[in-house]
Ligand binder design. Structure first.
Ligand SMILES: *[C@@H]1O[C@H](CO)[C@@H](O)[C@H](O)[C@H]1NC(C)=O
Ligand SMILES: *[C@@H]1O[C@H](CO)[C@@H](O)[C@H](O)[C@H]1NC(C)=O
Ligand SMILES: *[C@@H]1O[C@H](CO)[C@@H](O)[C@H](O)[C@H]1NC(C)=O
Ligand SMILES: *[C@@H]1O[C@H](CO)[C@@H](O)[C@H](O)[C@H]1NC(C)=O
Length: 508
């Protein structure tokens, strides 16, 4: 009996040693879920109850996550490279503005985080929206598969839910409008499941699930088509308020908004929430699948969005592209090995931090030539000091324009873009700005300079005025302003590690 016991003990010991050995030595997996245009300030995360429970409540919910550019392609290019727009060069959503352009592919894409993961032996999977110009002829067509990805299901062009093409590993696959087999969120979901079933089990994996939800045209799955019927766009804060002390683009909004604008923005609000239900289902299923396959304990799940959104704030009907909190704040939730549940972090983090964080989580690699920083220390606050990595962030936007604004004949060649049926426009060539958001004692100052012909400046104290109702520029001590301005100018041209601390001679 003693011998049996001894044998038994040894084998259990050996078994446990083997298990912990293989656990400690296998690199973690990462699942990155990226939504499109999902806001924070209008409650954009609220309909995703399961996602909050499964990711946020099992890890860290970040309350100060920013995009460094409130537009899809510039933001996504920052996510992929870890660089500010002024360093990656994708200034807008057009090929000519660097979105998925040949130059971007040659200088940035070859250096983006998927190639680093691949070189570390990761098995990599992508499905969904990539960059707005992806797949177009000028961007190399569907044959162009970005380097670093083993399994590639890239949406051609901008977010839609039906009637689109995917590049499946370089081959065009056309989809119609039959539910569920063509509904893009569900296609991403099914292919992700399939990857988990069929993957090479000897390699750790990285998956990026990049949904069209909740971007326009806001098409829900049929079973969610009438959900949230009693909801409307939130009325608090700057909703339907005149932005009199703001730059000209905001001053042109019609306030109070016409009735049909109010109805339309409420309808869009509901449809956005409905499209997110399919993302919530996908997250639940992926988490359950990871659990069933005994992978959940060694997998990080990161959830975020490319930029925020507004519906009626300062009378702007529906879009992003603005310097205000509603467009630049995005969700960020992370769960993973050893991360304590139910944590909230108010540290300032941004989209440029995602790429360096992924590499840090994988094996503590520090990515060279990026502007962002790994926020890994914020996931494990017990192991680190409470000193923030940095307490500021830069936001940049280059305004877009079209020559012919449809339905607004007087607006030809005026440098405007995205104008609604009342000719309230959401962008213009000179809605071009740089902002510094910075914690300063009891205040969090946001300092923005616009490159319009008024050189307009907007300054808000986000702590005392979270809805940005009062522009402090005219009343601020000029010395304090020039201090903030020096820092803003420094960051607007910073590169690499320079971007993470402001030289002290600029602070006096
Ligand atoms: C998809 O395209 C077909 C053919 O052009 C069209 O009839 C249908 O309305 C489209 N469906 C959607 C959801 O746009
Ligand atoms: C969804 O609801 C809209 C009205 O909000 C309606 O026009 C559309 O036909 C409905 N679609 C389906 C698939 O039921
Ligand atoms: C998180 O906190 C809630 C209560 O706020 C609790 O019900 C839940 O069990 C906690 N989750 C974990 C994973 O500890
Ligand atoms: C994007 O940027 C390029 C280069 O500055 C410019 O030529 C183009 O007009 C911009 N696109 C839009 C839609 O504004």
């Amino acid at each position: 009996m003693a011998t049996v016991n001894k044998l038994f003990n040894i084998s259990v010991f050996q078994f446990l040693a083997f298990v912990s050995f293989s656990f400690c030595n296998s690199k973690p997996n990462i699942v990155f879920v990226l939504t499109d245009d999902q806001d924070v300030t209008m409650g954009g995360q609220l309909p995703m109850v399961k996602t909050k429970k499964l990711i946020g409540d099992n890890g860290v919910i970040f309350t100060n996550m920013f995009t460094t550019s409130p537009l899809c392609c510039p933001s996504r290019s920052s996510i992929m490279t870890g660089r500010y727009v002024h360093n990656h060069g994708a200034f807008n959503n057009s090929l000519s503005g660097g979105c998925s352009s040949k130059t971007w592919q040659q200088k940035q894409e070859i250096d983006a985080f998927p190639t680093k993961l691949k070189s570390k032996g990761y098995s990599t999977f992508f499905a969904g929206k990539y960059l707005n110009q992806y797949g177009h002829q000028g961007a190399g067509g569907v044959e162009h598969v970005p380097p670093g990805w083993d399994v590639w299901n890239g949406l051609v062009g901008n977010s839609v839910y039906y009637n689109y093409s995917l590049s499946v590993n370089g081959v065009r696959e056309k989809h119609g409008d039959t539910y569920p087999q063509d509904y893009l969120t569900d296609v991403i979901h099914k292919r992700a499941r399939n990857f988990l079933d069929k993957r090479d089990k000897s390699a750790p994996f990285f998956m990026m699930l990049s949904t069209p939800a909740c971007h326009g045209p806001f098409t829900p799955a049929p079973q969610y088509n009438s959900s949230f019927a009693d909801k409307q766009a939130p009325r608090e804060g700057s909703y339907n308020k005149k932005g009199d002390d703001k730059h000209w683009l905001i001053r042109q909004a019609i306030v109070p908004m016409p009735d049909d604008t109010v109805q339309n923005s409420d309808d869009i609000f509901r449809r956005r929430w409905r499209t997110l239900q399919s993302v919530d289902d996908m997250v639940e299923d992926i988490v359950q699948t990871l659990k069933q396959k005994n992978l959940l304990d060694n997998t990080y799940i990161v959830f975020s969005s490319d930029n925020g959104y507004h519906l009626g704030q300062f009378g702007l009907p529906y879009d992003k592209r603005q310097l205000y909190e509603f467009d630049i704040r995005v969700p960020l939730m992370v769960r993973g090995p050893g991360i304590k549940p139910n944590q909230t972090s108010n540290k300032i983090v941004a989209n440029i931090d995602l790429a360096p964080t992924f590499l840090d989580l994988v094996d503590r690699t520090v990515l060279p030539n990026v502007d962002g920083l790994s926020f890994r220390p914020y996931l494990y606050p017990d192991q680190n000091s409470s000193v923030p990595l940095r307490d500021f962030i830069l936001i940049e936007h280059s305004g877009e324009h079209v020559n012919d604004v449809q339905g607004c004949p007087g607006y030809k060649n005026q440098g405007l873009n995205n104008c609604d049926r009342h000719c309230v426009c959401e962008d213009s060539w000179n809605n071009t700005f740089a902002c510094l958001i910075q914690l300063q004692g009891a205040s969090t100052f946001k300092t923005c300079e616009l490159m319009d012909n008024e050189n307009f400046v907007e300054i808000y104290d986000l702590k005392s005025d979270p809805y940005e109702l009062t522009n402090l520029y005219k009343t601020m001590d000029p010395k304090q302003f020039s201090n903030l301005q020096r820092q803003l100018h420094y960051l607007a041209t910073c590169k690499g590690p320079q971007c993470n601390s402001v030289p002290s001679n600029l602070l006096k």
